[in-house]
Design a protein around this ligand. Structure first.
Ligand code: ZN
Length: 314
């Protein structure tokens, strides 16, 4: 029976999903890897994949596609760019997997792009031909799908929605080195920073925060009527709605999906976000739907498996 693997590559481990070709997730396994830069480390990966298959009555010959999602840029040709946060030799790993899985087509996909494809295969965007996923976590990532295909760009920068400029007057720098990016206001880090700055302005004592990305506490403070939290979340919704209105004049998607860790608080800011988008968008785009993503942390694992499967058919 033909199988597909989706591999979510993290800093110290990989998460692997075993899928049917129809997109049913049959098993998941987490393999501790450490840095993936040596033959020994590649072997840990391939052996881990083989055991997952064996436990589920399958062999390497059953695998027809393997997707790998990485936290960094991947261009339209599938070439992996600079990876800032993990130690991975993509070419070495690819060669080792190809040797162990001879039938399989391999594809590297950027993690936010992979999450978008996952939602297209088995999530909220199933059946949609054009949509944009905005993944809000420590940063803001994005995935753009047009006519059922991912747009990753000539240089791998397609879908870098976190770096849409929303404030030309900003003086603080974004992680990318530019100023006034969406990520500075709408990421978990950005929301917490805005909250603390509003507390300061209003002379309110901030609630206890568990680190610089603890939006959960800011959302809870909002629910409890905290004025600074309300301001911070309004600012996030306004910046996000503004950025989405700019994206719509280029892509004009049917749907925006909000995912990532902060996507979990969607209900709290959904109406404000929809109102902000309607306020800023060009008239024909006003009917665009804004919905929560549905696959959570598994989305990228689904999506890279799907991409590897799609490329096989081309
Ligand atoms: Zn930026």
């Amino acid at each position: 029976m033909d199988k597909v693997l989706g591999i979510d590559i993290g800093g110290t481990s990989i998460k692997v999903g075993l899928f049917s070709t129809e997109g049913i997730l049959e098993a998941v396994s987490k393999i501790p890897t450490g840095e993936i830069v040596s033959e020994a480390a590649f072997a840990v990966v391939t052996e881990g994949l083989k055991s997952l298959l064996a436990e589920n009555g399958a062999t390497p010959d059953d695998v027809i596609a393997i997707g790998l999602d990485v936290p960094g840029p991947v261009d339209d040709e599938g070439k992996v760019g600079m990876l800032a946060n993990i130690e991975l030799d993509p070419d070495g790993l690819q060669a080792a997997i190809k040797r162990a899985f001879k039938r399989a087509n391999l594809a590297f996909v950027n993690d936010a792009n992979a999450a978008a494809l996952g939602e297209l295969w088995q999530g909220t965007a199933k059946g949609a031909s054009s949509f944009v996923l905005i993944a809000i976590g420590t940063g803001v990532g994005g995935g753009v799908v047009c006519n059922g295909k991912l747009v990753s760009g000539a240089f791998g920068a397609g879908g870098e929605i976190g770096h849409v400029t929303v404030n030309r007057d900003e003086t603080e720098s974004c992680g990318c080195g530019r100023k006034g990016c969406l990520e500075q206001y709408a990421s978990a880090t950005g929301i917490v920073r805005s909250y603390l700055s509003e507390c300061d302005k209003l002379g309110i004592e901030p609630v206890k925060l568990d680190g610089p990305t603890d939006t959960l506490s800011v959302f809870n403070a909002h629910r409890a009527g905290d004025k600074a939290a309300k301001k911070a979340i309004s600012q996030m919704s306004d910046c996000l709605g503004y950025a989405m209105a700019q994206i719509s004049v280029v892509v004009d998607p049917q749907i925006y999906l909000i995912g990532g860790g902060v996507g979990g608080g969607f209900k709290l800011y959904a109406e404000e976000l929809r109102a902000a988008f309607r306020k800023y968008c060009l008239a024909p785009s006003v009917a665009t739907r804004i919905l929560p993503a549905s696959l959570g942390n598994d989305a990228a694992m689904y999506g890279c498996a799907y991409e590897a499967l799609l490329e096989r058919g081309e």
